[in-house]
Ligand binder design. Sequence first.
Ligand code: HEM
Length: 438
Amino acid sequence: MTSRPREAGDAAPRRRTVLLSGLAGAGAGVVTSAGAAVARERAAPRGGGGGGGGGGGGAPPAPPAAVARERSAPPPPDPRLTRARARGRAFRGEHQAGIIEAPPAYGTFVGLDLAEGTDRDAVRRLLTVWTDDIERLMDGRGPLTDLEPELAAVPASLTVTVAVGRRVVETAGSAVPSWLAPLPAFEKIDALDDRWGEADLLLQVCSDSPTTVAHAQRRLVVDAGDLVRPRWVQRGFREPFEGAGLPMRNLFGQVDGTVQPDVTGIDADLLWTGAGAPSWLRGGSSVVVRRIRMDLDRWDRADRVTRENAIGRRLDDGGPVTGGGVDAAADFSATDDLGFHRIDDAAHMRRAHASVPHERFLRRPYSYDDAPEDADLSNSGLLFVAYQADPVRQLVPVQQRLAEADLLNLWTTPVGSAVFAVLPGARDGEILGQAMLG
Ligand code: HEM
């Protein structure tokens, strides 16, 4: 709903010219003319005929008129690039982008810490720079400092979402929401590593192009200068071929993300903070990022029935084991011939199902598959990302039930956990965090 079609190729190439001409005195002008020469050479017809110039055999240099013609008739753009360029998402509005839109294929989550001694003015400077950078990047333009704006020219549904930890709110001198704190310990399941723990700031960078994600991430971290230090970077992906808006398949092969609240409709209050939160956070949300290791090697040893029972859904199409397609309602009361529940009493779906309407939240997970460590064969799992107005009220009771009993716990281990307040959107003329900074 926030997609905004754009004309292909606008803005970025022009910025490159400006940047390079601004540097001409430092020799960049040479780079420009060399680039033009390479482009002319590529445009020349093969076989050396036609007076394209620059070929072997002592062909005469192209006459100025031919060069002008080449310049005025660039090759037609690659339609795939045109489509990816056109997919820009709107930055300004009541809420930040990157939450209710269908998640793009790649997502990187960067936890950052504020430098020691950072004060409120410095937080304001940081958010001023990031606001401008993010607005440009989502629009397919490089930030002001960008020396590779071509990398920004293909937003491919880029969104950057900024969230803050308790320390930033305190530094800004604003009221801290009661839930902005680590989740309670879930001793039966947690094996948390501080390396993936709480941070002062979160950048969630999502796009259908991993190059765009990497570029946006780098620009934002570099432009923050000495004000922040990255604490962790968690890279995730969702398979791109399932189609926009559809749930993904996680690395256990399960269709994941099916049952969700209607956050663009009647359940919007479950997502955006309301009267219960400090006024500066109206239009914002909270995000819980849990890194959950999935033991693929052990999962390999489970048969298909065991795997389907663990969730209560079929592996082929994600439908409930009680029947129907992926969108069918699960029948939690159905029993088999022996009188046992067909959806196991400890099946993940049963345990996670809301027992009261407010125990729901928006799940926006990404898979990760990193280099194995130690003697393990794999280092894979889920970046469990959940958005909700109040994590303590909505998510914690569910997580408590799952920690108490969930068949999935046989194969999964939470190794990281962090909670952030998602800043409200920046309206025209505002910076992100404007109300927080007063
Ligand atoms: C690696 C860890 C996890 C995996 C592989 C996983 C996988 C799944 C799968 C396959 C489903 C069924 C399809 C769907 O509705 O999305 C599901 C449902 C669900 N999961 Fe998870 N999940 C994980 C962790 C969690 C955690 C930590 C929570 C909450 C704290 C959670 C909450 C839910 C909820 C609320 C549902 C929907 C239940 C319903 O049918 O009402 N999951 N999960």
